[in-house]
Structures are given as structure tokens and as C-alpha cells.
Design a protein around this ligand. Structure first.
Ligand SMILES: Cc1ncc(COP(=O)(O)O)c(C=O)c1O
Length: 417
């Protein structure tokens, strides 16, 4: 029966473990598999290691910045890509050194640049000529040289959802490819800048190699031209973006991905940086939810209302993203057609329309799969709902809460009348 049992995911947790988590921690609740995160990262690291080419894997913290997840990946040898000073602080508390961090972000505030310069990060990925100038001024005032890479916009279509495509001319990210050389040449003697790299990121949930190829070829050509013009670099940062199979379909393997990027980087001789997020943690997490109501659908089938909503997992409302939804326990109930929705007062608070599920009943546990990336990190307290707890499960089925559920006292501690 389609969707009648938890997809073969002993790596996340057995039904018994999920039941215990739901009972003790409550729902909605994120559950992550530590062994699966390790396995994904090791597979990625192995693919790059097999190329024999110098590289560094900077985990994109924006995908999942839970302190325990970041610390786990540090234990596996990952470096990090941070998108805010908040993420940098999480990385430092997880044990990272500033030199392990690249700092990306389309609009970095002055206080963020000041902190980043003072820390001495591996690279600040600058998004504009103006940002390079601000970094230079801050660094000069501090009497240091900041390591910077320039983010270029390669005008490549990632063929992903428009909201997570970042590499087209019309997108706000980076500087135009054609302007990059001049911007860097004009700044190469600035006392506050050490120009160490070129950065590119075409988008997220990219499911074919072609966008990566085009972007990498364009920045490799730029790096070669800069080198010939007397501006040698240390690295090429080719961003993140490799997708995962949420529904049907396939994605390139880590080996195909690594081989392609290295093939293009090799002639430049520059070390390669990548910033994978989703492909490391996406499939290693699920959102555990309980059915709170079932009622007839005016169209067909029924509405199944969960205690989880867009407040916990925003991707369906934000991008129309597809997540598989499965019952935690096997059942012999007949399959029915359901719209699986959340409790929030927004019609976009819908996890899946016309899904085939074994007839759900109130108090059933459902799992929304592939929620390890861009899930908990995007949660909000809209409707004064608490932020969901996060649980990390180990290979032997033991588990621990890595973030507790917020309480109304937590929220109100920030407020006054
Ligand atoms: C600059 C940058 N690097 C890396 C990533 C990680 O992307 P993904 O999670 O798709 O691998 C993102 C996310 O969009 C990003 O904006």
C-alpha cells in the first residue's frame, strides 16, 4: 500500500523510537539521524578525496544550524559557511576556529563586517564593490588585512524554484561576471584587503550538473584571466546547491558532482571550496506530527489537520515544496485521499494536497520526510506558537533533545508592556 509505512528509514528512527520521542518530547518535533548525517558527509568527503585535488568542504549552516548538528559535522572534518554573525557565533561555540569559516551574505551590516574582520575569517565572500570598500576601510582602521573573495553572478539558470535560484542576472546576488575583473584589479593594492578567491552559488535544490558546469567554467575562466593579469588567487569557492530527491527523480551523485567541479578547477590550480547544505542534512531529518482533526473536504477526500504547520516547516508554503508524508505505524486501514494541512490561519499552511494515506485518525503520528534542511531553521513563532524541539537519534536508537521546545515564558521574556 503506497505510503502505508514509514519509508525504509531505520537510519532516522524506528516507529518505536519515534513513538517514544512523541510521547516524551511531544509533537510537533524535528528528529534527525546522527548516523545518516555522518554517512552523507562521509560520502561527500570521500567523493572529493578520491579526486586527489585540494579542497575544503564548508557545510552551509543555513540549512540546519542546530548546535549539536554543527558540532557533529565538525567532528567529521567539515568546515563551515556562515550567513550571519549569528551563524558564526554558533560555529565558534561548536568549536570552530575563525579560519574554518567563510562568511556569505547578500547584505552584511557594518557591525557584521567589523566582527568578521576582527575575527580573521578564512574569507569574507563580498557581494559588491561597495562591500569590498567597506571591508577595506574597516580592516585598515583595525590595522589588519581581511581575506576576501568576490561573489560573481554567472548568469546561469539553476533550473530550480525561482525563490532559490540565485545565479541569474536579475537576481540580487554578487557582481556581474563581466565587471568582476575590473572591480578586483582596481582594489588589488588596498592595504586592508587580501583578495583570496572568487565565489559563486547558482541556487539550491539543483538537480542536474549543467548549472554547476556553466558556473564553474565561467569563474574558472575569470580566475585564469586574473592570474594572467597578475592577480593570483588561493581558491575557487563554487558554493552549494546539490539537490536531493524529495519526490521522484534522481540527482547527480556526489562522485559525479565532485568529478565535474574538480575537472573544471584543476587547470586553475586553485584549491576548491564547496558549501553543501541540503545534500548533507536534508534527508537525515523528519518532522514528527500528530493528527489533531480529520474532516470532510468539500472537493473530495478529507482534510487531515496536524499539530505541525508552516510555523514549523515553511517550505511547502514558501516554495510549494513537496515533502513525502507517511504514517509512523503500519496499518491495514484503507487508503484515502487527503489534504494534509497545518493549524495556522493561512490557506498556504498546507503540507500536501490529494495525498494517498491510510485513513488517518485523530492522534495518529505522521512523519514529514526530508525535513533536515531548511526546516527548523526557518521555524517561526507566528500565532504565538512555540519553536519546535529538535531531537538527535544515534545508531543504536538512543536519542537526546538537542533543542527544547520554547515556552510562552521564553517568548515573553523578550517583551514588556
Ligand atoms: C551562498 C550559499 N552557499 C551555500 C548554500 C547551500 O545550498 P544547499 O543547501 O542547496 O547546498 C546556499 C543556499 O542557498 C547559499 O546561499
Amino acid at each position: 500500500m503506497s505510503g502505508a509505512r514509514l519509508v525504509e528509514s531505520p537510519l532516522i528512527a524506528s516507529s518505536a523510537v519515534l513513538e517514544a520521542i512523541a510521547r516524551e518530547v511531544g509533537t510537533p518535533c524535528y528528529v534527525y539521524s546522527a548516523p545518516m548525517i555522518r554517512e552523507r558527509f562521509r560520502a561527500l568527503a570521500g567523493a572529493f578525496a578520491r579526486t586527489g585535488y585540494p579542497h575544503a568542504l564548508h557545510y552551509a549552516m543555513k540549512a540546519n544550524s542546530a548546535l549539536a548538528v554543527v558540532a557533529l559535522l565538525r567532528g567529521e572534518g567539515a568546515m563551515v559557511d556562515a550567513n550571519s554573525i549569528g551563524e558564526i557565533d554558533v560555529a565558534l561555540r561548536a568549536g570552530y576556529a575563525p579560519r574554518d569559516v567563510v562568511f556569505t551574505g547578500v547584505g552584511k551590516a557594518r557591525h557584521e563586517l567589523e566582527r568578521a574582520v576582527a575575527l580573521g575569517l578564512k574569507a569574507i565572500n563580498a557581494e559588491s564593490a561597495g562591500e569590498l570598500d567597506r571591508i577595506d576601510a574597516i580592516a585598515q582602521a583595525a590595522g589588519v588585512r581581511a581575506r576576501v573573495a568576490l561573489r560573481v553572478n554567472p548568469d546561469v539558470d539553476a533550473q530550480s524554484h525561482p525563490h532559490i535560484s540565485t545565479g541569474l542576472k536579475k537576481n540580487k546576488f554578487g557582481v556581474a561576471l563581466d565587471d568582476a575583473a575590473e572591480i578586483l584589479r582596481a582594489r588589488r593594492d588596498r592595504p586592508g584587503l587580501a583578495i583570496v578567491g572568487i565565489h559563486v552559488h547558482v541556487g539550491s535544490q539543483v538537480t542536474t550538473l549543467e548549472p554547476f558546469r556553466k558556473a564553474a567554467e565561467r569563474v574558472a575562466a575569470l580566475a585564469a584571466a586574473l592570474h594572467d593579469g597578475g592577480l593570483p588567487l588561493d581558491h575557487l569557492d563554487l558554493g552549494g546547491g546539490l539537490g536531493i530527491p524529495y519526490e521522484n527523480g534522481t540527482v547527480p551523485s556526489f562522485d559525479e558532482y565532485a568529478a565535474l567541479l574538480v575537472e573544471i578547477a584543476r587547470p586553475t590550480g586553485l584549491a576548491l571550496i564547496v558549501e553543501p547544505g541540503r545534500s548533507v542534512v536534508g534527508q537525515a531529518g523528519l518532522l514528527l506530527a500528530r493528527v489533531v482533526d480529520v474532516k470532510p473536504h468539500a472537493g473530495a477526500g478529507r482534510f487531515v489537520i496536524l499539530d505541525a504547520g508552516m510555523t514549523e516547516l515553511m517550505r511547502p508554503a514558501l516554495y510549494g515544496a513537496y515533502h513525502r508524508i507517511v504514517p509512523v505505524h503500519e496499518t491495514t486501514r484503507p487508503v484515502v485521499t487527503c489534504d494534509v494541512v497545518g493549524p495556522v490561519c493561512e490557506s498556504s499552511d498546507t503540507f500536501g494536497r490529494a495525498r494517498e494515506l491510510p485513513e488517518p485518525a485523530v492522534d495518529d503520528l505522521l512523519a514529514i520526510l526530508d525535513a533536515g534542511a531548511y526546516g527548523a531553521v526557518m521555524a517561526s513563532a507566528y500565532n504565538r506558537r512555540p519553536l519546535p524541539p529538535e531531537v538527535l537519534v544515534e545508531e543504536d536508537g538512543t536519542w537526546r533533545v538537542i533543542r527544547r521546545r520554547t515556552t510562552i515564558d521564553d517568548l515573553l521574556a523578550l517583551e514588556q508592556i
